[in-house]
Design a binder for this molecule. Structure first.
Ligand code: NOJ
Length: 512
């Protein structure tokens, strides 16, 4: 059964979702206690961000043991209970896998540091001698996604300057060498470990990473091809992953893909690679109907060439929250709600990020509380991603708003209290109520396998479409003036409509 084709995927940033033990950090038991909420929201599948043993240099994307749970989040017994309970609530569970790199605290990397150049221990990573006099310069000019060179030099056995190792992210995240069969075998072991525990699939972190060109060539001009990502060899890795996953009926693999080019993107979705490929294209769009339409069309064209299904996302734990991106305040909320209706009307899978269903904005945090490595690694020029990782407000007052009985790991502002789940469940006009209704209607109008769209004529700054074979029409107004709605019965609107069936600016509506 291809359940994932139309699925609503709900991303749980584990650290910020719900804290059961009062240490101020979300955990697996916290998620367990909120399964009723997730069922009520109506999502199909959860995606948990990494909860594995980790020193948390990148909040869990630095994995020290991919087959265990970090004590801050729980243990394997809790994990098993979470999967079993989620299934009882009709929710599937997928988990983040991080195959591109490990943590520098992983036993492999420690062994590599304790070994000599050319050793099998070092061959699991990318160790190279430096360039120039005394090997002082990094082996190539690659930069890390978090700023600075993608190489760090280690000490040799006499404590003198030694080789350099590659890390596309922080220096605590050494890249694995995917030409090494041990790396493949270990990934297979990890996949089976979690599939045997009942997970319904994976989200692959940096799915266009892993494979590197053999000679590690320098990066050229800023807009030239980037040798760090999307190297052809990566497809063999995905074929291996898929071959393992296919032994488990109904399991799904979704990849995080930064690949911009539609044809290159589609290669990952061939029928022996990823089921779903996620790039938050809708987050790239300004709130402008023409541009949104263009992005939707390009995305549909890309996946149709390989007969795959599209995946839509407008947010995530690496992206500013939609409300803030669209200008903040009441206008930002209105625009985010409107785009949510557009996204939920599109064919394919939809990825929501926890808190978007509450219309949460980014939080302005004081410098001294920022924790994202981006902030410190970029010489405090980029504020990093903490602003959209602030814990979720559930009910009650400060400091924890039901997220924790202790002190939340990032402070929660009073405006989060006003937007809590408890408040919004009571309010039929709330963003939470809008999402619940949209997901419910989407399901009621589902069952359509066609992934093409019919576009209707629409005034400037507006768009209207229907999924081929469906009766649901979605109209969006991004212009400054009210426009007439297309004909049909109004099923749902992202904001109040005006007399005479006019669709106001910053509003979307669904009609039958
Ligand atoms: C993508 C993840 O979403 C991000 O949070 C992380 O920092 C990088 N991959 C590195 O793992």
């Amino acid at each position: 059964m291809q359940w994932w084709r139309d699925a609503v995927v709900y991303q749980i940033y584990v650290r910020s979702f719900s804290d059961a033990d009062g240490d101020g950090i979300g955990d697996l038991d916290g998620i367990r206690s909120r399964l009723g909420y997730l069922e009520l929201l109506g999502v199909d599948v959860l995606r948990l961000t990494p909860f594995y043993t980790s020193p948390m240099a990148d909040h869990g994307y630095d994995v020290a043991d991919p087959r265990d749970v970090d004590p801050v989040f729980g243990d394997l017994v809790t994990f098993d209970a979470l999967v079993a309970d989620a299934h009882k609530h009709g929710l599937r569970v997928t988990i983040d896998l991080v195959p591109n790199h490990t943590s520098s605290e992983h036993e492999w990397f420690r062994a590599a540091l304790a070994s000599t150049p050319g050793s099998p221990e070092r061959a699991r990573f990318h160790f190279r001698p430096g360039r120039g006099a005394g090997g002082m310069k990094p082996p190539n000019n690659w930069t890390s996604a978090f700023g600075g060179p993608a190489w760090t030099r280690v000490r040799d056995s006499t404590d003198g300057p030694g080789e350099w190792y590659l890390h596309l992210f922080t220096r605590e995240q050494p890249d694995l060498n995917w030409t090494n069969p041990e790396v493949w075998a270990d990934m297979e072991k990890t996949l089976r470990f979690w599939l045997d525990r009942g997970v319904d699939g994976f989200r692959i972190d940096v799915a266009d990473g892993m494979s590197k060109p053999e000679d590690l060539p320098d990066m050229v001009a800023h807009d030239g091809p980037d040798p760090r990502f999307d190297h052809d060899g990566v497809h063999d890795v995905h074929r291996m992953i898929r071959a393992v996953v296919d032994h488990y009926p109904d399991a799904m693999v979704m990849g995080e893909l930064g690949v911009r080019d539609g044809e290159r993107f589609a290669l990952y979705l061939r029928n022996d690679e990823l089921h779903l490929g996620c790039r938050a294209v809708l987050a790239d769009a300004p709130f402008a109907a023409e541009r949104i339409r263009e992005i939707v069309q390009q995305s549909l064209a890309a996946v149709s060439s390989v007969d795959a299904t599209p995946t839509w996302a407008y947010s995530g734990h690496d992206l500013s929250r939609p409300v803030t991106r669209y200008g903040g305040g009441a206008g930002g909320v209105a625009r985010a709600r409107a785009l949510a209706l557009v996204m939920c009307a599109l064919p394919g899978a939809v990825c929501l990020y926890n808190g978007d269903e509450l219309g949460l904005p980014d939080v302005d945090l004081p410098d001294e509380l920022l924790q994202d490595p981006l902030w410190s690694r970029c010489g405090r020029t980029e504020r990093g991603r903490d602003a959209y990782r602030v814990p979720l407000p559930w009910e009650g007052g400060p400091p924890g708003y039901g997220f924790t009985s202790g002190a939340p790991w990032l402070p929660m502002p009073a405006e989060y209290g006003l937007a809590s789940v408890a408040e919004q469940l009571e309010d039929t006009e709330s963003t939470l109520s809008l999402f619940r209704r949209a997901i419910e209607l989407r399901r009621a109008h589902g069952g359509v396998t066609d992934t093409t769209l019919e576009w209707f004529g629409a005034p400037e700054g507006c768009l209207a479409f229907r999924r081929s074979g469906s009766t649901l029409v979605c109209a969006l107004n991004t212009s400054d003036v009210p426009v007439p709605l297309p004909p049909g019965d109004i099923l749902l609107a992202s904001g109040p409509l005006l007399d005479g069936d006019l669709l106001p600016p910053d509003t979307a509506a669904w009609l039958a």
